[in-house]
Design a protein around this ligand. Structure first.
Ligand SMILES: NC(=O)C1=CN([C@@H]2O[C@H](COP(=O)(O)OP(=O)(O)OC[C@H]3O[C@@H](n4cnc5c(N)ncnc54)[C@H](O)[C@@H]3O)[C@@H](O)[C@H]2O)C=CC1
Ligand SMILES: O=C(CO)COP(=O)(O)O
Length: 320
């Protein structure tokens, strides 16, 4: 039986780091087709198409400079072309773009395709919070797992040791994804609580902006996986959300200005996730119960002073 074709949907900082791993791993396993498609949001770099640069120099010079991608990873600018025949879809784009992209992909998804989302974010739905994996499930009608962990893309690409967590409602699929992405320095644990894993990944981005902490009411052991406390610590020390938030205080520029200046096209997920969560909290009259998340949102978008950050926490309802 021919191996399953893999398509990586996305090619940013994390997308390119994971492409490096997947490109190597598919060659070592009969389960997968040795050629991997990577969908690239096309842009021009010094007069050349990014896809052409990737396919000739085998490097994503904009989003993961300094790392060669395996030659069997093929950059494809057309999403329909990229997903054609793919049985395994790895979603790794900034969360704000997922809905539109799924709509474009929908008529072209192979039967029996399965997906995994590496995207850290949430969306606001009519009933409250919508997971990014739910958007993919609902729009594409496929089974979706998630992968989230204490993983900084450039460190993973440098083959520094770290762990990560796959949340898979279908455990067998979880193990297929583990075979696709595990390496000696990127160790994967598979757990069944997919939603908890995904929420950890999304919400830590808000906490990273404020470098605080969160709690919840689900199985606390999941927080001890890489997607939980470990990712909080990692992101608060080394992530982009944290770096831009620090510059926000030092320079008094807006988050949007700093994102454009500091990240060369990479996208912050924390401020926007704080806005999505804030809207949901407001709708449910729960803003007072989440003073840290509310404060991060208000500082990012409503001109609230950073020096009021502590005051927000001093006034947590638990303390009265
Ligand atoms: N970078 C990291 O260290 C890690 C990132 N993640 C998560 O992975 C997800 C993807 O992040 P990265 O790969 O780092 O991306 P990135 O932050 O490098 O984002 C830029 C990517 O978005 C694409 N893009 C720009 N406009 C677009 C549009 N209109 N439609 C579709 N794509 C567009 C760009 O071409 C580029 O590929 C995020 O949810 C992030 O939180 C998770 C773990 C680690
Ligand atoms: O998700 C990440 C670390 O696990 C990356 O965080 P940043 O997006 O803040 O760089």
């Amino acid at each position: 039986m021919p191996g399953k074709k893999v398509c990586i949907v996305g090619s940013g900082n994390w997308g390119s780091a994971i492409a490096k791993i997947i490109g190597h791993n598919v060659k070592a396993s009969n389960r997968f087709d040795p050629m991997v498609n990577m969908w690239v949001y096309e842009e021009m770099i010094d007069g050349k198409k990014l896809t052409e640069i990737i396919n000739t120099e085998h490097e994503n010079v904009k989003y993961l400079p300094g790392h060669k991608l395996p030659k069997n990873v093929v950059a494809v600018p057309d999403i329909i072309e990229a997903v054609k025949g793919a049985k395994i879809l790895v979603f790794v784009i900034p969360h704000q773009f997922i809905g539109k992209l799924c709509d474009q992909m929908k008529p072209h998804i192979a039967e029996e395709a399965i997906g995994i989302s590496l995207i850290k974010g949430i969306d606001e739905g009519p009933e409250g919070l919508t997971l990014i994996s739910d958007i993919i499930r609902e729009k594409l009608q496929i089974e979706v797992s998630v992968l989230m962990g204490a993983n900084i893309a450039s460190e993973v690409a440098d083959e520094k040791f770290c762990e990560t967590t796959i949340g898979a409602r279908n455990e067998a699929n979880g193990h297929i994804f583990k075979e696709l992405m595990q390496t000696p320095n990127f160790r994967i644990a598979v757990v069944r609580e997919s939603d908890t894993v995904e929420l950890c990944g999304a919400l830590k981005n808000i906490v990273a902006v404020g470098a605080g902490f969160c709690d919840g009411s689900v199985s606390s052991t999941t927080f001890l996986e890489s997607c939980g406390v470990a990712d909080l610590i990692t992101t608060c020390y080394g992530g982009r959300n944290r770096k831009v938030a620090e510059a926000f205080v030092r320079t008094s520029k807006s988050i949007a200005e700093l994102e454009a200046e500091m990240l060369n096209g990479q996208k912050l997920q924390g401020p926007q996730t704080s806005a999505e969560v804030y809207k949901i909290l407001k709708k449910r009259d729960m803003v007072n119960k989440f003073p840290l998340f509310a404060a991060v949102y208000q500082i990012c978008f409503e001109g609230r002073q950073v020096k009021e950050f502590i005051t927000c926490l001093q006034n947590h309802p638990e303390h009265f």
